[in-house]
Structures are given as structure tokens and as C-alpha cells.
Design a protein around this ligand. Structure first.
Ligand SMILES: Cc1ncc(COP(=O)(O)O)c(C=O)c1O
Length: 385
């Protein structure tokens, strides 16, 4: 059971969090005692395991998915004067990194139920300055990879998949990361697996891997005389061995974590079939290859007397944590700087207003899900009555 504090004698259910075992904690102790704690052999081992997971494609470990996104954009040669098309419904990372490399974010709306970028709208947003599409995959349903890659190929665009939420999801039997162009993963504690903070970037070939390695570490390349050179400015995003050791153990347990998450999500769906009246993501189908990092629903705000804030506070008072995934990117102060306004992307905005992420961690039980559902139904009932 995922407990951080107790409310009226029941354990507090966090809306997200990791599962760490004693063997992993002992393994971290071994690394700390080994005499090598920053990037070294454990990172190589972790990258090797991730590469195997991604069908043998090269993978570089970094300190976050945000770092991976920055490196990916730089790797794709994206900078001032370029436009990057992305969804208005995603995490701030995407907007921030596009702006940070000097490019212009171009938003399009998402689909309501899957929350994925609306590919039909991407085509219309392409201009001669467009360089890349950056879609965020959502738990439960991946962006249609066939349509995405065909569109990118036809229009000569790079694709940087934000796969922060979906490590372990499969497209037609292939792990996400095993196909496509550039792919980023997050290993933040709220994700399917963790390295505390951490992320990874999947690239296409050895040349890109070499460049990504330099972009994550000062831009440094090593010369035959054992001196170094910097030909372009790199960041400082190398993952320490301590974190990589956790990642190796977590990746080995990923199938088990995903199976538990899926079972819990199926329980959520059983409960939500009748009540409470929230809009849920698409229900899992047997063998669909989808992973479930979050279970986010849309509240029936138009039929509620209270606000989302009141709903979340009421759950919190019962020891149930919730999250908001996500605010509409085009309406944050930085997004508005590019001329966006309310009404531009109605579905992304509706999700931003109504979404609530309910607890889902790989150490919850079905009884925990039942407790959440009873509380949600009761709070909604009160708010309707
Ligand atoms: C969709 C999405 N993309 C990217 C990120 C960034 O991940 P990180 O915290 O590893 O930088 C997050 C983090 O929550 C996310 O939810």
C-alpha cells in the first residue's frame, strides 16, 4: 500500500509514486562504496538494457526527460527561425524546451478521450519553417505511429516522441522506442519506472549517439592525444551511476509493475462503468499492448455545484491524493506570449479545466482503488445534491 502519512487512521494514497525494493537499495549502497558514483559502468549497463528494450537502437541516459527533450531538439538541428508542432495538452517540458532552443512552438488541439495530439490538425499547421512534430503519448492509447511517421516522412519532418508516460507501451508488438525517430523517456518517481530523477533519449545511429553524448556532457569530444575539444555548447545532463543502478533494477521489474497497474486500471473501469459519471480514458482491451502510468478522468463540472479545487480538497481530506495532468500549454504565460488565447484549442482547454488524476501506483491494491472510487462517488454525490 502506498502510504506517506495517515489521515484518520487510513493510509494516505499518493496519486503517483515509485516501488523500490531492498535489493535495489542495497545495490545503491554497493555503488556508493564502489569508488565510482557518477556516470560510469552502471550507466553503460543501464543504456545497454534500455537499448535491448528498444530493439537494439542506441540509447543515451540523461538526468531527466526534459534534458532528453533539449538534447533531442538540438540533435535535430532545431533552433531560431524553426517551428515545432506540438499538442496544447501536455507537460510544460515540451513548450519550455522548444522555446529554450530558440524555436517557435506551434500548438494544435488534442483528441478528447485519448488526449493525444490530433494528427489531422498537424498537417494544416505545417509551414515552410516547420522542422519537427513533438507528440506526447498518453497512457492507455499511443499516438497512431503509422499515421505519424507517414506524415513526417511525406513532409520531411523530424519526430521527437515524448514517451515520458509510456515506457512499456507497445505499437504493433514493438516497445515504444523500438521504432520511430527520436524518443524521450522519463524516470521521475511518478513514472512507470524510476531512477529518482532521470531520463533517456533513443536515437537512430552511432553518429547521433556520439553527438547526443557530447550534448549531454559539455559538448566535449575526446582527441587522440588525450585532450578534449568543444565544437558546440553542450549541457550537463549525464546520469550518475547511483541512479543508473536503480534504473537497471527497475527496468527488470517493469513488466511486473505494468501488470499491476493494468489490473488496478481494470478495477477502476469496472467501478466507473456505472458510477461516478466521469469521462474516462479508453477502456483496455485484451492484448492491446498499452501501459497505464496515470488514470485521469474528466469531472462532470457542469453538473457539479463545487469546483475541481473543492473536489480535490475533499478527497485529500479523506487521505486520497490527486493530480492535474495537464494545464493547457498555450494558455500559460509563456504560451500566450506566442499569441494564443482562450478558445483556440477547445478540447485541450476542456481537459485542462476538468481533469483529475486519481491514485495509481504499482504497490496499490484493488481495495485501494475501491476506496478511491467510493470516495469519488460520495464527493460527487454531495456536490450534485
Ligand atoms: C508528458 C511529460 N513529458 C515530459 C515530462 C518531463 O519529465 P522529467 O521530469 O523527467 O523531466 C513529464 C514529467 O512529468 C511529463 O509528464
Amino acid at each position: 500500500m502506498a502510504a506517506i502519512r495517515t489521515v484518520s487512521s487510513v493510509p494516505y494514497l499518493k496519486f503517483a509514486g515509485p516501488v523500490l525494493d531492498e535489493a535495489t537499495i542495497a545495490g545503491v549502497g554497493d555503488v556508493l562504496r564502489s569508488g565510482w558514483i557518477t556516470s560510469g559502468p552502471r550507466v553503460e549497463e543501464f543504456e545497454g538494457a534500455l537499448s535491448k528494450f528498444c530493439g537494439g537502437r542506441p540509447v543515451k541516459a540523461v538526468t531527466s526527460a526534459t534534458a532528453a527533450m533539449e538534447v533531442a531538439l538540438q540533435l535535430a538541428g532545431i533552433g531560431p527561425g524553426d517551428e515545432v508542432i506540438t499538442s496544447a495538452q501536455s507537460f510544460f517540458t515540451v513548450l519550455n524546451m522548444i522555446v529554450k532552443v530558440g524555436a517557435t512552438p506551434v500548438f494544435v488541439d488534442c483528441e478528447l478521450v485519448t488526449r493525444n495530439i490530433d494528427l489531422a490538425r498537424v498537417e494544416a499547421a505545417i509551414t515552410p519553417r516547420t522542422k519537427a512534430i513533438v507528440p506526447t503519448h498518453w497512457p492507455g492509447t499511443l499516438v497512431d505511429m503509422d499515421a505519424l511517421l507517414a506524415l513526417a516522412r511525406r513532409r520531411g519532418l523530424r519526430v521527437i516522441e515524448d514517451a515520458a508516460l509510456v515506457i512499456g507501451s507497445q505499437w504493433k508488438g514493438l516497445n515504444i522506442g523500438a521504432l520511430g525517430d527520436l524518443v524521450t523517456f522519463s524516470f521521475h518517481p511518478n513514472k512507470n519506472m524510476t531512477t529518482i530523477e532521470g531520463g533517456a533519449l533513443v536515437v537512430n545511429d552511432a553518429d547521433e549517439a556520439k553527438r547526443a553524448a557530447a550534448l549531454r556532457f559539455h559538448g566535449i569530444t575526446y582527441l587522440p592525444d588525450r585532450t578534449r575539444d568543444v565544437a558546440f555548447p553542450g549541457g550537463k545532463f549525464n546520469l550518475p551511476d547511483v541512479n543508473a543502478r536503480i534504473g537497471v533494477a527497475q527496468l527488470a521489474r517493469l513488466p511486473e509493475f505494468l501488470a499491476t497497474r493494468r489490473r488496478l486500471v481494470e478495477r477502476y473501469f469496472e467501478r466507473f462503468e456505472t458510477d461516478p459519471p466521469c469521462l474516462t480514458p479508453p477502456r483496455p482491451r485484451a492484448g492491446d499492448g498499452q501501459s497505464w502510468n496515470m488514470f485521469s478522468v474528466l469531472l462532470p463540472l457542469d453538473r457539479m455545484a463545487g469546483t475541481r479545487r473543492q473536489f480535490r480538497d475533499a478527497l485529500d481530506a479523506q487521505g486520497i491524493g490527486t493530480g492535474v495532468s495537464y494545464e493547457a500549454l498555450h494558455l500559460c504565460t509563456l504560451g500566450r506570449r506566442y499569441g494564443y488565447r482562450e478558445g483556440d484549442f477547445p478540447l485541450a482547454e476542456r481537459i485542462a479545466r476538468e481533469t483529475v488524476t486519481l491514485p495509481l501506483t504499482a504497490d496499490m491494491t484493488e481495495a485501494d482503488v475501491d476506496r478511491v472510487c467510493v470516495a469519488v462517488a460520495e464527493v460527487l454525490d454531495r456536490s450534485r445534491g
